[in-house]
Design a protein around this ligand. Structure first.
Ligand SMILES: CC(C)(COP(=O)(O)OP(=O)(O)OC[C@H]1O[C@@H](n2cnc3c(N)ncnc32)[C@H](O)[C@@H]1OP(=O)(O)O)[C@@H](O)C(=O)NCCC(=O)NCCS
Length: 169
């Protein structure tokens, strides 16, 4: 059966993150193509101690909601929301093997519906991360601003877009 059709039929669930997810997330955030796309990454994604510290902090923070994305029993990635200057923002990351099958769109839509009902809610993407921008737009976000930000993965300032999902979208 075609891969995309299989993914559409695959069972997707969001569940709290467990310790066994972390080595998988670590490997997923080491994928060079993903790092380039996301652009606004950790300074050194290969630094396991910094990764563990970061996850320890975010899992302990009550203002951050994080779910593991599980597709047919496999850990596909993560989706989360956090507060930036009092405003909620979402982000997500999938392992490359799971790309191009609608998984991020399904995961984000489910996360927004069940785990973070706050609106407006925001997201930021590198302007050239077209796949991520598309995911957000399919979930009802619209571009409301643009700016420049320093992207560790590119060692340069790059264009960034701010997107918003309003209550009515
Ligand atoms: C961005 C990411 C989450 C997308 O996940 P995904 O499961 O492949 O996304 P979906 O399949 O749900 O949707 C992707 C959409 O982008 C489109 N797309 C993919 N690559 C594209 C490109 N280069 N140009 C334009 N559109 C593109 C797809 O066609 C699809 O749209 P469609 O349904 O209208 O055809 C995944 O690639 C990822 O985790 N990347 C690394 C981390 C990252 O960038 N996170 C986001 C930080 S803001």
């Amino acid at each position: 059966m075609h891969e995309v059709v299989k993914a559409l039929q695959a069972e997707l669930s969001l569940r709290p993150v467990i310790a066994d997810d972390l080595p998988v997330f670590f490997a997923q955030q080491l994928e060079p193509e993903a790092i380039f796309m996301a652009a606004f990454t950790a300074k050194d994604p290969s630094d396991r101690a910094a990764f563990d510290d970061h996850w320890r902090r975010i899992l302990a923070d009550p203002t951050i909601i994080i779910r593991a994305v599980v597709l047919d029993g496999q850990i596909a990635g993560s989706v989360l929301s956090y507060e930036e200057e009092g405003q909620p923002e979402v982000s997500y990351w999938l392992g490359k093997a799971f790309w191009g099958k609608g998984v991020a769109t399904r995961a984000l839509a489910e996360f927004l519906a069940r785990h973070n009902p706050k609106r407006p809610i925001y997201a930021r993407v590198a302007a050239d991360n077209l796949a991520s921008r598309r995911v957000l737009e399919k979930c009802g976000f619209t571009v409301i601003g643009e700016g420049r930000g320093f992207a560790n993965a590119r060692s340069a300032e790059i264009d960034e877009l701010l997107l918003e999902l309003t209550a009515s979208a």
